[in-house]
Design a protein around this ligand. Structure first.
Ligand SMILES: Cc1cc2nc3c(=O)[nH]c(=O)nc-3n(C[C@H](O)[C@H](O)[C@H](O)COP(=O)(O)OP(=O)(O)OC[C@H]3O[C@@H](n4cnc5c(N)ncnc54)[C@H](O)[C@@H]3O)c2cc1C
Length: 667
């Protein structure tokens, strides 16, 4: 438990940063739980910071705030990191906390934020799946054990189950049936890795990843893209697996049919900005392909799980097959290591927290396969703990780094409302070869909004409260060429700095966000840097755009001068034909092992350039199909996307708007 002296300092920090209306005790409680639940290294760092601040935080509130603000912009990276941590925790909990019924937050009325929607059904046709519990020292027997139940794990478990195998799923997160989804942002911590505060070692990139039954698919934003043809060709060259792109086609088709993936039939007001702006500029934009259609009024709360049973997450679509075929699902169950005998994986050692709070350890014996689907950030550690030695393991971490702008309009946007992402633009996605940035939107609920909005004192909050309803967030989602890495020990520290090449693409995408927002009628657009860049519509012209590029270059992406996010982690156990440069072979087998498979985002040989869920699923399905007979669907005839030529971003490339019939966007 966090010590009383640390809590005292933390209270002083919250009182200095958050507005006076803040329910400080509630915020403190959530902060303490998060710090306590962090990895030992991260927890020690946070407590060290609080020790450092103990004396200065005894000063008056104004002085305390000045000290904290000086940290925000300090040339000393460690101080900026410290500020980023304190600000992130304070803002996220101050603006997301509420009573259990979704009332009581002191800021929501001023924001115009309604909290949970009133149209949640009491029950849906999809019940909670039966869950299983281990006994201490016990043994469970299976044909296949799958660790993790997200995009890759769900497909692998369902695929083996449909082939008649008894599958055991081991999932570290909790299970949430639609009826248990409360649409409260404060509950996100229950569904995300590291309670939603995962980050790179210097906190420079905030990492969002799902941790629940269904993994990322439970909480993600439903965007469902195929790999673009030119990127697939690059993957083939990089991995040495020829025909990979072609081989994925039938798996994409099968999953698209099962998940009813189609271009969004509804447009959120925030996404209409992309369509309107791109149309005015004469550049590409299209409706987003999604795995949730006909949502209740477009909803907008998918990031907290779907209360309406509309989103086709893996727990909804594939895990029922596990149960139907005699398998079992264990939640709050962490795979400690894979047991191996020579080149064979024989099972998994598991630690499970029972509903009573008791912790039990047991072993799942697997007759045929052990599958690691623990995700890009956890598969490397699991394999390393299990004795896998491969110099590439954990090394090629791609993050699709994202920075955003906030754009203000005359009309209400309510960026928490409507499909999570219903439009996108590829106009800046080919800046350098196949590298560049996609432009998409991000839904904004209050916690995330105030984590992202720069903090320059209480005025920043007072200014934003009435404006928030009129704001949309546009993101520059960058395909990164140059990877970082993740440590293989229990701390799993992430080391990642953007290269100059990736930074240039990120910034060109950000400038594209300005172009789109102003073309769509925005009055003012802000970046999210500590030293914020604000541009109003009357000032936006070629000269100001060139100056923006200079300003962004000068700020750079050095840690914590602004906020960078990643919701897409890929590539830490890449697939390839050469054991010296990859971790798994073309059939998803870890080199050196006959039956140890990896089915998750870690097998990507490079960043995908598109939101990765559907490709993780297709890769997993392709792997499963190489080990058991699957009914493989014929590819549906899907109109090929027009190639987006490299070059001047503002030149008319291809225009698809709501008014025109939408080509099926696979790019
Ligand atoms: C907020 C958000 C929005 C996103 N939106 C989109 C989107 O719209 N479209 C898109 O394509 N992608 C999106 N993504 C990304 C996408 O969800 C992920 O890329 C995808 O889910 C990753 O699949 P995976 O199988 O690699 O791992 P995950 O889906 O992350 O699943 C890994 C699972 O393994 C579990 N696990 C980890 N370690 C262990 C262990 N030792 N024992 C047992 N279980 C373990 C975790 O709890 C987790 O549930 C989004 C991600 C986030 C966070």
């Amino acid at each position: 438990m966090i010590a009383a002296r640390h809590l005292t300092t933390l209270r002083k920090v919250v009182e200095a940063l958050a507005p006076p209306e803040t329910r400080v005790d509630r915020v403190l409680g959530q902060m303490a739980t998060t710090i306590d639940g962090s990895s030992p290294g991260r927890r020690a760092e946070a407590l060290q910071l609080l020790d450092l601040l103990a004396l200065p935080m005894r000063l008056g509130v104004g002085t305390r705030r000045k000290i904290l603000l000086a940290m925000a912009d300090s040339p000393v990276a460690k101080l900026r990191t410290g500020f980023a941590l304190l600000k992130r925790l304070t803002m996220s909990y101050a603006f997301s906390e509420s009573d259990a019924d979704g009332t009581g937050n002191p800021f929501w009325a001023a924001l115009g934020y309604p909290g949970p929607r009133g149209d949640r059904p009491e029950a849906t046709s999809f019940p909670q799946l039966p869950l299983s519990y281990g006994t201490d020292g016990g043994r469970v027997s299976a044909d296949v054990v799958v660790v993790g139940s997200g995009a890759g794990g769900g497909i692998a478990a369902g695929g083996f189950a449909r082939a008649g195998k008894r599958v055991i799923v081991i999932e570290a997160g909790k299970a949430f049936a639609p009826g248990q989804v409360q649409q409260l942002e404060q509950n996100m911590s229950e569904m995300y890795l590291d309670r939603g505060v995962a980050a790179t070692d210097d906190l420079g990139v905030a990492i969002l990843a799902g941790s629940a039954l269904g993994g990322g698919t439970k909480i993600n934003w439903c965007t469902s893209f195929r790999l673009e043809d030119d990127v697939a060709a690059e993957w083939e060259a990089e991995s040495g697996i020829h025909g990979l792109g072609r081989e994925l086609a039938p798996h994409y088709a099968a999953i698209e049919r099962e998940l009813e993936i189609a271009p969004s039939r509804e447009q959120a007001v925030k996404d209409q900005v992309i369509l309107d702006g791109a149309k005015a500029l004469g550049v590409h934009a299209a409706a987003m392909p999604r795995n949730a259609q006909n949502c209740s009024g477009g909803c907008g709360y998918c990031g907290f799980g779907c209360a309406y049973d509309k989103k086709r997450s893996t727990d909804r679509e594939y895990l029922p097959d596990v149960v139907a075929n005699g398998g079992a699902i264990y939640v709050q169950a962490k795979a400690l290591r894979v047991v191996t005998v020579g080149s064979r994986a024989s099972g998994v050692e598991v630690e499970q927290r029972l509903p009573s709070g008791e912790i039990v350890r047991f072993t799942v014996d697997a007759k045929e396969f052990v599958v690691s689907s623990a995700g890009t950030l956890r598969t490397p550690g699991l394999l390393a703990r299990s004795g896998v030695r491969n110099p590439v393991l954990g090394k090629r971490l791609f993050l699709h780094p994202v920075q955003s702008v906030v754009a203000f309009f005359d009309h209400p946007i309510e960026a928490w409302n409507g499909p999570m992402q219903s439009a996108y633009s590829n106009a800046w996605s080919r800046r350098t070869g196949n590298y560049g940035a996609k432009i998409e939107t991000a839904p904004m609920h209050p916690g995330l909004m105030f984590v992202a909005i720069p903090y320059a004192g209480p005025e920043s909050i007072t200014e934003m409260l009435p404006k928030a309803k009129y704001a949309t967030t546009l993101i520059s989602l960058t395909r990164d060429r140059d990877p970082g890495s993740i440590d293989l020990d229990d701390e799993a520290q992430i080391h990642y700095r953007l290269s100059a090449f990736d930074e240039a693409n990120l910034f060109e995408g950000l400038a594209g966000c300005f172009d789109i927002a102003f073309a769509a009628g925005a009055n003012e657009v802000w970046t999210m840097h500590n030293r914020q860049i604000r541009i109003s519509k009357d000032d936006w012209n070629a000269g100001r755009r060139a100056m923006l590029a200079e300003q962004l270059r000068a700020i750079g992406t050095d840690s914590n001068r602004g906020i960078t996010f990643s919701a897409h982690q890929m590539g830490t156990a890449p697939m390839g034909s050469d054991p010296r440069t990859s971790v798994v072979d073309a059939a998803g087998r870890v080199w050196g092992y006959d039956n140890l498979l990896v089915c998750d985002g870690s097998v990507f040989p490079q960043a995908s350039a598109v939101n990765p869920m559907l490709t993780i699923m297709a890769m997993a399905r392709r792997i499963v199909a190489q080990h058991v007979p699957l009914v493989v669907e014929e590819a549906k005839p899907i109109e090929a996307p027009e190639a987006v030529p490299a070059g001047a971003p503002l030149a008319a490339q291809h225009l698809e708007t709501l008014a025109a019939p939408q080509a099926y966007p696979t790019a």
